[in-house]
Structures are given as structure tokens and as C-alpha cells.
Design a binder for this molecule. Sequence first.
Ligand code: NAD
Length: 289
Amino acid sequence: MKIGFIGLGNMGAPMAANLANAGHDVTGFDTAAPMPQGVTAADSAEAAAKGAEVVITMLPNGQILRSVADSIIPAMQDGAVLCDCSTVDVDSAKAVAQQARAAGLGAVDAPVSGGIGGAQNGTLTFMVGGDEADFAKVQPLLAIMGQKTVHCGESGAGQSAKICNNMILGVTMIATCEAFALADKLGLDRQKMFDVVSTSSGSSWSMNTYCPAPGVGPTSPADNDYKPGFAAELMLKDLNLSQQAAESADADTPMGQLAHTLYRRFVEEEDGKGRDFSAMLPRFTSKGR
Ligand code: NAD
């Protein structure tokens, strides 16, 4: 298949490389990042999009997605599908899909979970919003870049699933970190804490798979001095999106709100920027009530 790929950063580069390795004809464009192996360089986003059957975008935010969409939609061939894999606000996802459809194109929002490791290994999870026909066109490509794809509903449903998932992740990571900090003060050994909680009702992905305590549980960024992994500022971005969505949908999300406040403080005032989001643990242990 002829594919345009726009945004070849930490996630986009390995995703595009996996498509090229699988034998697809991939043309890429990025304003800064180098082309991954096997991907042909275009000198503009429009040039990357022209003639492609599917154009994939993997960009930092909704504002950039909207401006890239403005320039590539008129260049795309009739019936081609715009597949946005970035994490963006639900409103931008819906607006871009509408704009693409009005121009005779297909569109899906297909954000991912699984991080840079998942992008490199082709083991991402895709959550997709869009109609059945467009989903069917991109599905074989998503199956190369990932191991699981869920068609969540109409346009915007993929982004909705993504931000709900990451709101749970932010909240459970904070709860796990503050529980470790409490356990420390109660004199409980961290390994014993892990052994109990990871097999009890307090278990979660944050505890069992991504344990924030160094030397405990499976290897995680905590064992690498909290180098990301998933940076605290990216968690803050996603909590911003979930609070923004909660506000526009009139949903009551007090835990999401508090997680947002704590990550904002961590990133902006407490040297959390550039550290993994599980570095909330040393943040809690360094503080008393
Ligand atoms: P990144 O900053 O490494 O990559 C974004 C790329 O987009 C950069 O290379 C940048 O130069 C390029 N870019 C910016 N403006 C552009 C434009 N106008 N035209 C073309 N290229 C442009 O970010 P990333 O880590 O690859 O994340 C990409 C998206 O995936 C984000 O929305 C992020 O929230 C989401 N995501 C990231 C992770 C992760 O672990 N990194 C996990 C899941 C989802």
C-alpha cells in the first residue's frame, strides 16, 4: 500500500519503519526528525500525502494536527483515509474527521497505548473511532504496528477511550505511590508490600507491571533512576485532555482533577519534568503531611 506518514518522532519513526519493513511504500515528512530506514523523505506534508491511500499522522497535539490537516486534506487523493494516531483532544479529532469527510476522504482517530517500546516492537494497542469502512481500510496497517485494535465507535471514540484509560493510569499511579510512601512510614518492607498488593485487590498495571519502587517487581523506569518510560509531562498532557473532555461533557471527575493538579505541580514546580511519571514515589517519600 502507498502510505504517507507525517510526524516521525519517538513514536512515529518506529511505527513508519515497521510499515516499510512489512513491504509497504512509505513516504514520510517531519519538520525536524530524521527519516527512519526504509522511509522515503518528502519535502512537505502535502507531498507525503499526495497519492497515498492512507495518510498516518503522529503529532504532538490537536492544534498541530489541525494545521497539518488543513494542508494535507486538499492534497489527498479521492477516497484515501486520514488515520490520526496522535493523542489529541476529542474536539480536534472530530473536527479533523469532519473536514476530511467533507473533502471526500475517509478518517479515523486511532490513538495508541504501549509507549516507545510498543511502537518499536509492533505491539501497540490501537483504539479507533470512525466508520466501519474506514476502519476496515486501516486495520491491516494497524495490525502491523500493533497487536490489538479495538473499534470503539464513531469519530472521537478512540480519543475518548485513550483519555479515559490514561486518567485511570494517572490516578492509580498516584494511589500506588502514596501507598508505598505510607507503607515506608509504617515500617513495612517494600518487597512485602509488593507481594501482597500485586496479588490482592489493590493490584493494578501501575503496581504489577510498572512498579514505581526501585528493585521491586518487574524491571521498570524506577530501576533506571526514573528515566522515562512515560514522562510526567506526557501524563500531564493526557490529564489535561481528560479534564478538558470532562468539562465539555459535564462529567464529574474529582480524582482525575486531583491527579491533574498533582502532576501539574510535579512537572512545573517540583522538578518532575523529564522524569518518568512513576517518580511520584520519591516525590511523596520526600514530603510529610
Ligand atoms: P515526538 O515529539 O517525539 O514526535 C512528534 C513529531 O512531530 C516530532 O518529530 C516533530 O518534529 C513532528 N512535528 C511537529 N510538528 C509537525 C508538523 N507541523 N509537521 C510534521 N511534523 C511535525 O512525540 P511522540 O512521543 O512521538 O508522540 C507523538 C504522539 O503520540 C503524541 O500525541 C503523544 O501524546 C502520543 N503518544 C506518545 C507516547 C509515548 O510514550 N511517547 C505514548 C502514547 C501516545
